[in-house]
Design a protein around this ligand. Structure first.
Ligand SMILES: Nc1nc2c(c(=O)[nH]1)N[C@H]1C(S)=C(S)[C@@H](COP(=O)(O)O)O[C@H]1N2
Ligand SMILES: [Mo]
Length: 326
């Protein structure tokens, strides 16, 4: 149920390479930058390396210039040691200590629901089958801290198109791996989430050119604590929407239940767009703590509407009351 707001319908004919290309051109025009059209060859040739357990080198991923911020990047050490990944515990340091217990090879993502061609993708297909780009995005957690992370990935739209969403598809649901033996946080009696972790997007949000499937960061394979081998990155929404270690993607005609919204609907909405004007009951959202920071240098900066991506995404929410659809 989405109340008064009418969810835009996207017909399959609109989900064509051409429309994605046009969206991309619009985005680049608004960002005033030109995306390099250099094709990437390295991804497919190095796919074998991942099955061998070696760290991939994505140094040759073309840069998604029109999509990237030039703000100072958060150092790799902070990006990989200050994490939220409740499957491994609730402390920020738990994922770096325990996420290595998760095996990510082999890895399969099942795409189902309202698609003409349901099926499975293996990690090799993903790494070899998409043109990888570097995107330097801001990540804003609802807990009022933020980072700037250089991701390596590809637009989610390119993956969805291959499975051909039907005309009835209006939402996308994502599901994280749930493997109790390898995820100590899911075995904990203090665990509050009804596993597996689930998230969702409206189909037009999922098809937006900023919405990324990340397979790496800082030019290398995604560390387990950051959601290996592939995770969603939706930079204009609070971090909890950017679901990690995805094994299932389902196209639906109605809004899916998501983990945090189910747990505390008054605190976490389905949309979860970064919005300094709508406070969380426990955290003001007007400012954020940009990592790295310290007690003496809190690095507190104002939070921007849609996390600074308003120009690209505000049109998606035209006519919606964002204090109601938080
Ligand atoms: N499966 C899963 N995905 C998740 C989470 C989680 O606990 N489990 N935490 C979310 C939250 S709250 C944030 S802020 C980001 C953090 O991503 P990072 O650790 O790579 O910075 O991951 C999101 N994705
Ligand atoms: Mo978060």
């Amino acid at each position: 149920m989405v109340g008064r707001f009418t969810v835009p319908r996207i017909s399959p004919s609109e989900i064509t390479p051409e429309s994605v290309y046009l969206n991309r051109r619009q985005l680049m025009r608004s960002a005033g930058a030109v995306l390099s059209a250099t094709a990437l060859g390295a991804a497919s040739s190095s796919a074998a390396a991942v099955t061998g357990g070696e760290a991939l080198d994505y140094a040759s991923a073309r840069s998604g210039q029109g999509f990237s911020t030039d703000e100072d990047k958060t150092p790799l050490g902070d990006v990989t040691s200050y994490n939220n990944f409740y499957e491994f515990g609730t402390d920020k340091g738990d994922p770096v200590d325990h996420a290595h217990e998760m095996t990510t090879d082999p890895w399969t993502v099942e795409v189902s629901g309202l698609v003409n061609k349901p099926g499975k993708l293996h990690l090799e297909d993903i790494l070899g089958g998409f043109d990888l780009q570097e995107r330097i995005y801001r990540l804003r957690c609802v807990e009022a801290w933020s980072m700037v992370i250089p991701w390596v990935g590809f637009p989610l739209a390119e993956l969805l198109k291959r499975f051909e969403p039907t005309g009835d598809a209006r939402f996308v649901e994502f599901r994280t791996l749930y493997r109790r033996a390898e995820m100590r946080g899911t075995r904990s009696f203090t665990s509050i989430i009804d596993w597996p972790y689930r998230e969702g997007l409206r189909l037009d949000e999922a098809m937006h050119p900023l919405t990324l499937m990340a397979v790496g960061l800082y030019g290398k394979t995604l560390p387990n604590q950051n959601g290996a081998p592939l995770r969603l990155v939706v930079p204009w929404k609070y971090g909890f929407k950017s679901i990690k270690s995805i094994v299932g993607i389902r196209l639906l005609d109605s809004q899916p239940a998501t983990s945090w919204q189910t747990l505390a609907p008054s605190e976490y909405g389905f949309y979860a767009n970064v919005n300094p004007r709508v406070d969380h009951p426990r955290w003001s959202q007007k400012y954020e703590r940009r990592l790295p920071n310290s007690l003496f240098d809190p690095n507190r900066i104002p939070t921007r509407m849609f996390n600074g991506y308003a120009e690209q995404v505000a049109h998606l929410y035209k006519g919606m009351d964002l204090s109601r659809f938080y």
